[in-house]
Every structure is written in structure tokens, then in C-alpha cells.
Design a protein around this ligand. Structure first.
Ligand code: ADP
Length: 424
């Protein structure tokens, strides 16, 4: 059977069973699957997803089983939806970018892979020179990768001609650290600019610009010039201009780095509102963990042109693995945490870091458990904060008592849903 036919014939609303996943494959890989493993798994014939390649539908497998990249667990979505949701709206595949020629080249990105889902706010954090700007500029091909693919909503931008790329770019808005506004044009004209370029008629432009002025809260400033605006207001113009052509994606290149903390927060709140109102996918690059913590759903840490850690913000934030991630997260709280971890402890005490997430943050789990087990505790350091709108708390404590009751305390608080890291 030809793989393509199978997909085309599948009824539109056919369900992917709950226990099935979509796995990208190649004919070669299917052969490898054909042997012993295939007997244990329910694997259907491969099918072709146009411009994406060959896929199989399989019972749940883990990547390590086959050394392949598993796309997503589809959880009984309609096939069409599953197909859409299984692929990122933006997918970078093996993207490498080298600047310069001959012996004087700099590799800013080295075979980088990234998948960003529709509707999420995705943050990329890294130190200066890590490759953040290059990465975000590759997403709309302002910077053309030396090799690799850049997919946006099912289209590989690197394969488009000049005209097609220009059209596709309307789906990808962008804002910049230094706003990049036209200094000789008013707020209104700055926002109207991309629509005029696209030959939209005057009445439609007026409607759209007024709508956007309202959205970003600049109705009273429409006739002002950029020089008459504050930094925050200029960035609001930037956002309105980027949204003028109803993009699917908004790329933010260090969009709050030139702003004071209060203005930063108001811009982040605006981005979050826009994301929620329009289900707009937002990708931002930053060197500030605060930005990631305030609005992002997922984060990737970039270092020397590659992603060294990636995941849900709460996961990465609360259990950083890579040294670079740890540096970003420890920040100011790091010094007091380091001091707390230097507290003396011996056979009759244990140093632990407890992490509370969500509603548990406000729960008296530790004191309740210690009362039950008869263990004492000294609080050495504590923080409470939020990741997006989820509260979390971290406590470094020294548990004091016999080793049996200490072990029981740790087990009980873990059972109550706290994460406990024990230090030797
Ligand atoms: P970041 O945004 O994280 O500071 P960049 O993407 O700007 O990092 O830069 C990554 C690396 O690529 C750096 O070593 C930088 O010097 C180099 N680089 C960036 N742009 C250019 C360019 N136009 N020409 C040469 N090297 C560049």
C-alpha cells in the first residue's frame, strides 16, 4: 500500500486512540521496527503527512526504545487536530549559522533543534554571545541559516523564493529592543506602515489601527512622534505595528531590555494579554530570568549556539540541571542559599531543600509532619514567588533528630507532594 493513500483515506474525524502516538519515521526505520519490538507494539502502516515526511501511528513508546524523536502523545484528538498539534508551529531542524568566511568564521548556532507549539509563550534565555539574536532572526529568515530548516506553520522558509518569503513574513511579527520605529512618522503612521506596504485600503487601515491603538492603550497618543513617547509607549507602538498584519507569531528580540523594571512588567502583562486574547504564539529571547518567570510557558537555555536545557518553566526553574541554567536561576537568592547549605549538620541532622508548588505553597505540611514524627527543624533560608500565575516556595531546612524519624519525615512530606532534595 502506498503510504500517502492511507492518510488521505482516513476519515477526517477519526480518533487517534488514547494509547497511540505519532512518530516520525523513515522507511528504513520501519524496517528496524519490524523485528522483535514490532511484535510487542501495535504499529500501523506508515502514512505521509504532506511536506512533513513519513509517520507511523504506534502504541506508546519511549524515545530510548528506538533512538528516535517522539513527537507527541496525541490523547484521542481528531486526526486532523492531532496532526496540527503534534508539530510545532515553529520548528527548527539542525539549524547552523556561521558568520564570516575562511578561517575567520564564528559559529553562532550549531545544529540547533527547537519546536514551539501554537499558542505558547516560549522563552529563550542565554548569556551575551550565546546565539539568542541569531536564533530569533533565523525564525523569520532575517538571518539565513548556513544549513538546516526553519518551518513555520508547515512551510520551510529556507525553501521559499523572495516573494513567497515576503508574504509568509506577514504571519511573523517582530519587536525589538530599540523599537525600530520610523522617527519621522506619527504613532498612527508607524502602525499603519506594514498595511500600506501590503496595499490594504485606507478605510480598513483606519479600522485596524484604531483597534490596535486601543489594544495597546495609546488612543490619546496617535498623532505624536516617537521622540515624544516614553520607552514603554514606544514599545507599545512596536507591538501594535507587529500585530497589524494579524500574525500567527510574535518574535520579541530582548523587547524589555531597554526598559525600567516597572515598564518591563507592564509590557510583559500586555504580551500575556495578547497571547491569551488571540492565542498568539510568542517567542522571546532574553538574558533575564524574571522575564521567563513572569510570562513564559516553556523555556530553552542557549549556550554556545546550542540548547543545553529545555522544558516547562516550573520544571526548569525549580530543578535546573545545567550549570548555565543554575547560574541564571540562583541569581540573588543564590548567595543566601549557598550560605544556608553551609550550615553544620552531622549524624543527627540532615539538610534538605523542600519545594512547594501551586496550592501546597500555602500549606503547613512541614510543621504538621514534624509534629507527627517528633523531628525538629531549623529554617535556614526560604523564598516564595510565582512562575507565571503558579505560586511556589522553597525552604532550606535542617531536620534534627534520630535518623529513623528524619527518614520518615522526608517520606511523608514527599507523599504530600513536596519535592525534597537531601544534601549530604
Ligand atoms: P546573543 O544575542 O546571545 O548575544 P548573538 O546571536 O548576537 O548572541 O551572537 C552569537 C555569536 O555570533 C557571537 O559570537 C557574535 O559575536 C557572533 N555574531 C553575531 N552576529 C554577527 C555578525 N553579523 N557577524 C559576525 N559575527 C556575528
Amino acid at each position: 500500500m502506498k503510504p500517502g493513500n492511507r492518510f488521505e483515506k482516513r476519515p477526517r474525524e477519526a480518533k487517534v486512540p488514547n494509547d497511540m502516538v505519532l512518530i516520525p519515521t523513515t522507511a528504513g526505520m520501519r524496517c528496524r521496527l519490524a523485528d522483535e519490538k514490532r511484535k510487542r507494539l501495535r504499529i500501523e502502516e506508515p502514512f505521509l503527512i504532506p511536506s512533513r515526511g513519513l509517520f507511523i501511528l504506534s502504541t506508546y513508546v519511549e524515545e530510548r526504545h528506538f533512538g528516535i524523536s517522539l513527537i507527541d502523545r496525541t490523547q484521542g484528538l481528531s486526526f486532523k487536530k492531532a496532526r496540527k498539534e503534534s508539530f510545532g508551529l515553529i520548528e527548527l531542524k539542525q539549524v547552523t549559522k556561521r558568520y564570516g568566511k575562511g578561517t575567520k568564521t564564528t559559529e553562532a548556532l550549531s545544529g540547533l533543534n527547537l519546536s514551539i507549539k501554537k499558542g505558547e509563550i516560549f522563552g529563550v534565555i542565554g548569556h551575551s554571545g550565546a546565539g539568542k539574536s541569531t536564533l530569533i532572526r533565523c525564525m523569520n529568515l532575517l538571518e539565513r541559516p548556513t544549513s538546516g530548516e526553519v518551518w513555520v506553520d508547515g512551510v520551510d522558509l529556507t525553501k521559499l523564493g523572495k516573494q513567497q518569503l515576503q508574504t509568509k513574513r506577514r504571519e511573523i511579527g517582530m519587536i525589538f529592543q530599540h523599537f525600530n520605529l520610523l522617527s519621522s512618522a506619527t504613532v498612527y503612521d508607524n502602525i499603519a506602515f506594514p498595511l500600506r506596504l501590503a496595499h490594504v485600503d485606507k478605510a480598513k487601515i483606519a479600522n485596524k489601527v484604531n483597534e490596535l491603538l486601543q489594544l495597546v492603550g495609546l488612543e490619546d497618543h496617535r498623532d505624536k512622534y516617537p521622540a515624544q513617547l516614553s520607552g514603554g509607549q514606544k514599545q507599545r507602538v512596536g507591538i501594535a505595528r507587529a500585530l497589524a498584519s494579524d500574525p500567527q507569531v510574535l518574535l520579541c528580540d530582548e523587547a524589555t531590555s531597554a526598559l525600567d523594571p516597572q515598564t518591563t512588567d507592564s509590557i510583559l502583562k500586555l504580551l500575556l494579554d495578547i497571547n491569551q486574547k488571540f492565542n498568539l504564539t510568542i517567542v522571546l529571547i532574553t538574558h533575564e530570568m524574571h522575564v521567563i518567570q513572569s510570562i513564559c510557558d516553556r523555556v530553552a537555555v542557549i549556550h554556545q549556539g546550542g540548547i543545553v536545557e529545555e522544558g516547562a518553566v516550573a520544571e526548569v526553574f525549580l530543578k535546573p540541571q545545567h550549570p548555565v541554567t543554575r547560574e541564571f536561576i540562583l541569581g540573588e537568592a543564590g548567595e543566601s542559599a549557598q550560605l544556608a547549605l553551609q550550615a553544620p549538620h552531622d549524624g543527627s541532622s540532615k539538610l534538605c531543600k523542600l519545594t512547594f508548588l501551586g496550592e501546597k505553597t500555602y500549606d503547613s505540611i512541614l510543621s504538621r509532619t514534624a509534629r507527627e514524627t517528633g523531628v525538629d527543624f531549623a529554617i535556614l533560608q526560604g523564598t516564595i514567588s510565582k512562575i507565571k500565575d503558579i505560586p511556589y516556595g522553597q525552604l532550606i531546612v535542617r531536620l534534627e533528630g534520630e535518623s529513623g524519624p528524619i527518614e520518615e519525615t522526608i517520606r511523608k512530606v514527599r507523599d504530600e507532594g513536596l519535592d525534597v532534595e537531601v544534601y549530604d
